[in-house]
Design a binder for this molecule. Structure first.
Ligand code: HEC
Length: 152
């Protein structure tokens, strides 16, 4: 009986996930991803600013955790049909869907760099933190150059 119940719950849970992804309106997808990216941008800026002053490992760890939580989600924030055709303001260029494999590779680079950065923050060696923050920043830049519209 217990197993039957567990299976039923699993079915309900997966059904809910499927109907959510179908029901989410493209404009909501864009809003959600922009909120996530903003959060990541804010955390990264807090880290960069702090590293220019006197490094506060506690502050860096807190913000590293925010980035580590958001970074693996980035690839999934850009489903087909969530570009300019939606008609809301977005910096997502059509190249994302034209060069999907490259975009996914850039998303993976970000997730890996965020993980490495988080490990360095946990360890607490400032030189390592600085080096891995630099590497992390390169992954943001790399993707933005190809896939994000430049702000004028
Ligand atoms: C795989 C590609 C990719 C990576 C990696 C990436 N970004 Fe972005 N980012 C984008 C795209 C595309 C947009 C435009 C999204 C939109 O407007 O819908 C964006 C937008 C943003 C925005 C603006 C959000 C808003 O609407 O105000 C910020 C801030 C940002 N990214 C920060 C970062 C930071 C910080 C990193 C690295 C830690 C990063 N991004 C890594 C693709 C990426």
């Amino acid at each position: 009986m217990l197993i039957g119940k567990a299976v039923r719950y699993a079915l309900i849970a997966s059904g809910a996930l499927v109907s959510f992804s179908v029901a989410a309106a493209p404009a909501d997808i864009i809003t959600t991803r922009q909120q996530g990216l903003k959060q990541m941008g804010k955390a990264f800026k807090a880290i960069s600013d702090n590293l220019k002053a006197t490094p506060d490992v506690g502050l860096i760890r807190t913000n590293a955790a925010v980035i580590a939580m958001q970074a693996p989600k980035v690839g999934g924030w850009f489903p087909k049909g969530s570009g300019k055709e939606v008609g809301v303001k977005t910096g997502a260029l059509p190249t994302i869907w034209q060069q999907r494999a490259e975009f996914d590779a850039d998303s993976k680079k970000l997730a890996d760099a965020a993980k490495a950065f988080s490990a360095a923050a946990t360890k607490g060696n400032v030189d390592e933190i600085k080096a891995s923050a630099g590497a992390l920043g390169q992954t943001c830049k790399g993707c933005h150059q190809t896939f994000r519209e430049r702000e004028s």
